[in-house]
Design a protein around this ligand. Sequence first.
Ligand code: RIB
Ligand code: CA
Length: 314
Amino acid sequence: MMMPRKIIIDTDPGQDDAAALMLAFASPQELEVLGVCTVAGNVPLAQTSRNARVVCELFGRSDIPVYEGASQPMQRKLVTAEHVHGKTGLDGADLPEPTMPVQSQHAVDFIIETIRREADGEVTVCTLGALTNIATALVKAPDIAPKIRELVMMGGGFFEGGNITPAAEFNIYVDPHAAEIVFRSGVPIVMMPLDVTHQLLTTKARVARIAELGTRQSDVMVGWLQFFERFDEEKYGSDGGPLHDPSVIAYLLKPELFQGRECNVEIETQSELTVGMTVVDWWRVSGRKPNATVMRHVDADGFFDLLIERVARF
Ligand code: RIB
Ligand code: CA
């Protein structure tokens, strides 16, 4: 019997972050969530911290500690995305205010302390928002970089371009300086870019399968997905919107769903036109050393089969 993989989830909930948290909470045999860290992004920090606790309580995991992290990017001014996620960041379902507390320890110190405490190669960091917390931890405690097993992130885009600007995906755009630190850290990175997440569409048929479960959790999930996708259907003219963040957790549960390759990735931080762009050397023309496994293909049906099977566990 394999021991569950120890993970830290760093997140800016966000309906798709909430779906990723659900997927992790539904998989205790495979994943041990050491803590949930919040960061400003989709909505300001106070809201992402509230939302993270709302999600923990909805899925019966108020035992998981929630740590508040950065309220601002390392250098740039915070950009949020209420136009996508609604004012609360979790629009689409009415849920009670959380009763579980936020931990008093700062998320950055929790990340450092946890990685230093655990054996080398034990902890996987999963980032679903801007990389501010993990980058700050790497600057404050460079000794943790070689101890991290893997950093699996939703972020960036190459063949698909950007979603917040023509060149940049939101998580990288919010804090490109943090992304630059992470991609130069030497930590083994698995990158789930828009090239993958744009294949993971919450089509009406898939949402109907979730609705058929008829539980409180599945009803809330349907409300989130239907709210979240209205913006994307308009923008992409597709049946459903891309479900970004659960790809990170799905990779840990069923890596065979994904295909990609080792590439060099550099982050644009200077030009206002392209700031936040992930410059992926997919065709290896730069001679720069590969620093990430960049995913490009996913079995979308297999992904949703997994997601729906797991939400049915609550
Ligand atoms: O660009 C998509 C990413 O930005 C997702 O993580 C979404 O939750 C937002 O944080
Ligand atoms: Ca997110």
